[in-house]
Unconditional design. Structure first.
Length: 262
């Protein structure tokens, strides 16, 4: 199949960046944008695609074979730590009341959260991922608002400036946020840079924000920082981490949920 002009241009940019990284090591994203005469957002979109040989980490372009450059894939993540994700989401779902207006983040964890909501409870929900929207669309008493834009297959999400502006104008009373990493000093992070402004807008617009993760995300950093930990009214972690690890997070509004068979 013949490539579109946009796909060919993207392939050329990736090839040029790969040459620069191989010749000089990690390349600042700002410098890459200047060298290729495009915006930094274009560079980040190029790097976020599932077939990119490069990744963004800490403001740099680097080869995906380097430590820390692992890529998030919704399909790959779907079966990892599923029981821990499910029990955390079941706990978080008890914080939802009838007629709440919610923002539900993307990712496999949040699919468990959408499934955990009482099926007939009347709700208004904003989301930006197809897997979450598919679950919510089957709920008879849920008013669903899906933010549109450019589709990112790796996380089944949409992003656009128009969608972000719409979210900024909305007022939701509860935002439920997922993350790829939770670190005491560095805060909360994810793998995809295009998700950052959406998560941040949701946290700003919500009266209360809640973080849902499984225990594998503790003391872990991902490339894209999006929030300090004090932005969250409550944090729920699925799993049963070792006592020493739990103790590190004792000063946070955090609770641990473990599967009944754990």
């Amino acid at each position: 199949m013949r490539k579109t002009a946009g796909a060919e241009a993207r392939a050329l940019r990736l090839a040029k960046m790969q040459e620069l990284v191989e010749a000089g090591g990690p390349l600042p994203i700002k410098q890459a944008a200047q060298r290729l005469d495009v915006t930094e957002m274009t560079i980040r979109r190029d790097l976020s695609a599932a077939d990119s040989p490069l990744a963004a980490l800490g403001g740099y372009v680097l080869a995906t074979t380097l430590p820390g450059a692992d890529r998030y894939s919704l399909d790959e993540a779907s079966d990892q730590h599923a029981a821990h994700k499910r029990v955390a989401c079941e706990r978080a779902a008890t914080w939802v009341q009838a007629h709440d207006s919610l923002f539900i983040d993307c990712g496999t964890t949040m699919a468990h959260f959408a499934e955990a909501l009482p099926p007939d409870m009347p709700l208004s929900v904003v989301c930006y991922s197809t897997n979450i929207a598919s679950i919510l669309s089957r709920r008879p008493n849920t008013q669903l608002m899906l933010l549109g834009g450019l589709y990112h297959a790796s996380s089944a999400t949409f992003f656009s400036d128009e969608g972000l502006q719409y979210l900024n104008r909305l007022g939701v009373n509860k935002a439920f946020i997922s993350a790829g990493g939770l670190d005491l000093e560095r805060g909360v992070s994810c793998s995809n840079f295009h998700e950052v402004p959406v998560k941040q807008a949701a946290i700003r617009s919500a009266s209360q924000s809640f973080l849902i993760v499984d225990e594998s995300k503790l003391n872990r950093l991902r490339p894209a920082f999006f929030s300090p930990l004090d932005a969250f009214a409550r944090i729920v972690v699925g799993g049963a981490p070792a006592p020493g690890l739990r103790k590190q997070f004792k000063d946070l509004p955090i609770e641990f949920a473990r599967p009944s068979n754990a």
